[in-house]
Every structure is written in structure tokens, then in C-alpha cells.
Design a protein around this ligand. Structure first.
Ligand code: PMP
Length: 369
């Protein structure tokens, strides 16, 4: 054995974490940032003033711990989700945490763990394997079909064969933008031995006609629908994600959550943002149009772009995606290297940002990258 005095920190870290880099897109200070699927529009001044007032109110009581149950916030989130989907929901069916990142990690803390499997379909959100690793859950990623969908018959087959404790389906999927029909979720619910988690981080951006999996909650106690205030709701900086599920799922999460996991400041800011939901969601139609215009513009230039129901598009194939990424950065435009070695993902920005992207992309790609 190594003498105690010679032990290095690197030897002490859990073996599966050794040499791992922290997850995250580069945070570069460039003029046009289209790499993390944020809403490019800030809150209007009345909304940010309301948030500031709410946070000031909470600051007067900072010597006390916050409401552990975040009841006001969960009630407001339930109201928002009901307004969005038409499905009646109350706070007992809603859980909130610091971003949907924390929500899904808590789901695996409660429902995954050693000897259990998380199943997903890729290319998809790169945090899924990290949640699995962090919670000691095994992870398996099956390929999506050539149009980035998930074939229901294959899905059922995989569920029966691998018996995952949790299957997570991102819809719309990051980084492809692909939304799944509800029939695929229903097929999963009929075959899955465990939880079926539908990650709807980008749900509000879907094109007309694709309903939310929230509509399936009634009668499906193993369905979990995850949402966030980070994307369409234009609240990424507040770090608030949430889910809707059977109250028994919420009760399991209340066991694994750290006490007071949502700060009083976060809860106050979230309630104020939700009180201004109409204003916060006002930009969604413009972002949808920006997306559809970008898809058409890229396709007209011969690029392959899957249909997108989100606020980003995946474009390629490039001979050297890294070189295109570098040259775009040199022109002040930041996109994301993701979705395979030949592709780039572009978030939808304001019209000015999209004009800057088009000019830079046209210049960079005609230069023979
Ligand atoms: N799910 C998907 C599919 C995402 O793309 C993201 C954000 N990149 C998240 C969840 C996490 O979002 P947040 O933690 O900000 O709610």
C-alpha cells in the first residue's frame, strides 16, 4: 500500500471520476452567443423590477432558512404548466430544483443507483451519462433512427430486453431538435418496467400539433415530464427546473433532496418571474419563426438540417466542424460543437444575431471549410 504521506488527491477520487473534465460549453465573451440554447431576449424592465423587489423582500429575512417545500413556487409552476397544456395540476404533482439538471439527477438518486440502468437514445443531451455516473447508475445509449426519431418497436424491444430503472426521452431532443409523437411515449409506458422520463426542456418551441406528454400524466403514475424556466421562459440565470408527475414520485424526491435546496432568493425570483409569464413567453413565436427561417436558409444552401421543434438547429455535415467553429468564433459568433464530429448546433438569437450568423457562416463556408 502507498504510505499515507504519499497519497495524491487524484488517487482518492472515485475511479469513474478520474481524469474527467467538468461538463459545460465554453463561456467566451464574443458578441453573438448562439451556443447554449438560451432565450436571447432579456426580461422586460417591469419584470426585472418585479424580480428585484421580490428578492429584496426575501433578503430582509435571510437569517431564516427558506420554505423547504417551496410551496409557493411549486404552486406557481403548476399554474403555469396548466396554462400551457390545459391539464389541471397542483403543487403535489410538481417538484422544483436548481435547473432541470438537478431535477433529473435527483430522479436518478431516488430511482437509479447501483445495479440499475438508465436508458437513453442518442445523439442526445450529454448530461444523461453524467447523471448516471454521479449516482452510480449504469447507462446505456441506443441509436436514434436516421431522422433522429426513436422507433417505437425498437424502444419496446429495448425496454423488455434491458429493463431500465429509468428511460429518458428528450422531446424535443437536444441537439437534433426532434420531437417525439405521443404514441412513442405511450408505447414506452406500456412496456417500461420503471420510470419513463420525458425531458421537455424545449417544449414551448414545438411546431403546432405535437401535444405535450403532460397530457398523458392522468392514469400513468410512472410518467415524469421535466421542464425548465431556462429556455422559452427566458429565466436561465435563475436556475429553476421542475417536473410534473404522480405525487408518489414527488414524495421520493423529497427524501433525496438536500434540505433547503432552493434558496429563498431563487424561490422569490421564480415566483416573480412566473407572475409575469405572459411577458416572459412573448418572444417564443419570434424564435420559432427565426428557427424556421434558419432551417430554410441552410437547406437552400445545400446543408443537411433535421426538422427542429426547439430553439436551435443542427447543421452539417462539415469536413472539419472544428475549423468552421474556430472561424465563426474569429468572426465573433459562438456556436456549439455537438451532435457528432461533422455537425454544429446553432441556437436561435435575435434577428440581428441571426443576420450576423448568416454573414459569418456564408463567409466561412465559402472559404472551403
Ligand atoms: N434538458 C435538456 C435536453 C437540455 O438541453 C438542457 C439545457 N441545456 C437541460 C435539460 C438543462 O436545463 P436547466 O438545468 O437549465 O433547466
Amino acid at each position: 500500500a502507498v504510505p499515507v504521506a504519499d497519497v495524491q488527491i487524484g488517487d482518492l477520487v472515485r475511479p469513474e471520476l478520474r481524469g474527467q473534465e467538468p461538463y459545460g460549453a465554453p463561456q467566451l465573451d464574443v458578441p453573438v452567443r448562439l451556443n447554449t440554447n438560451e432565450n436571447p431576449y432579456p426580461p422586460d424592465p417591469a419584470t426585472s423590477a418585479a424580480v428585484a423587489r421580490a428578492v429584496a423582500g426575501a433578503a430582509a429575512d435571510l437569517h431564516r432558512y427558506p420554505d423547504r417545500e417551496a410551496t409557493r413556487l411549486r404552486t406557481a409552476l403548476a399554474g403555469h404548466l396548466t396554462a400551457d397544456t390545459g391539464v389541471p395540476l397542483d403543487a403535489r404533482q410538481v417538484w422544483a430544483a436548481n435547473g432541470s439538471n438537478e431535477v433529473v439527477q435527483q430522479l436518478l438518486q431516488a430511482f437509479g443507483g447501483p445495479g440499475r440502468l438508465l436508458l437513453s437514445y442518442g445523439p442526445t443531451y450529454p448530461m444523461y451519462p453524467e447523471y448516471a455516473r454521479n449516482t452510480g447508475t449504469a447507462w446505456r445509449c441506443e441509436p436514434r433512427d436516421e431522422r433522429y426519431g426513436v422507433d417505437p418497436a425498437r424502444l419496446v424491444d429495448d425496454l423488455v430486453t434491458h429493463r431500465p430503472a429509468v428511460v429518458v426521452l428528450a422531446s424535443p431532443n437536444n441537439p437534433t431538435g426532434t420531437a417525439l409523437p405521443l404514441s412513442t411515449v405511450t408505447a414506452a409506458l406500456e412496456a417500461a418496467p420503471g420510470l419513463v422520463v420525458v425531458d421537455e426542456a424545449y417544449a414551448e418551441f414545438r411546431r403546432g400539433g405535437v401535444p405535450s406528454a403532460v397530457e398523458l400524466l392522468d392514469g400513468h403514475p410512472r410518467l415524469v415530464v421535466v421542464r425548465t424556466l431556462s429556455k422559452a421562459f427566458a429565466g436561465a440565470g435563475a436556475r429553476i427546473g421542475y417536473l410534473a408527475a404522480d405525487p408518489a414520485v414527488v414524495d421520493a424526491l423529497r427524501v433525496v433532496r438536500l434540505p433547503y435546496h432552493l434558496s429563498a432568493l431563487t424561490q422569490a425570483a421564480g415566483c416573480a418571474l412566473l407572475a409575469h409569464r405572459t411577458e416572459q413567453l412573448r418572444t417564443v413565436d419570434a424564435l420559432r419563426r427565426g428557427r424556421d427561417d434558419l432551417v430554410a436558409w441552410l437547406r437552400a444552401r445545400g446543408w443537411t438540417v433535421p426538422d427542429s421543434d426547439a430553439n436551435f438547429v443542427l447543421v452539417g455535415p462539415f469536413d472539419d466542424a472544428r475549423a468552421v467553429w474556430d472561424r465563426l468564433v474569429a468572426r465573433g459568433v459562438l456556436v456549439r460543437e455537438i451532435g457528432g464530429p461533422e455537425r454544429l448546433r446553432v441556437s436561435i438569437g435575435t434577428p440581428d444575431e441571426m443576420a450576423a450568423f448568416r454573414a459569418a457562416f456564408a463567409a466561412v463556408t465559402s472559404a472551403g471549410a
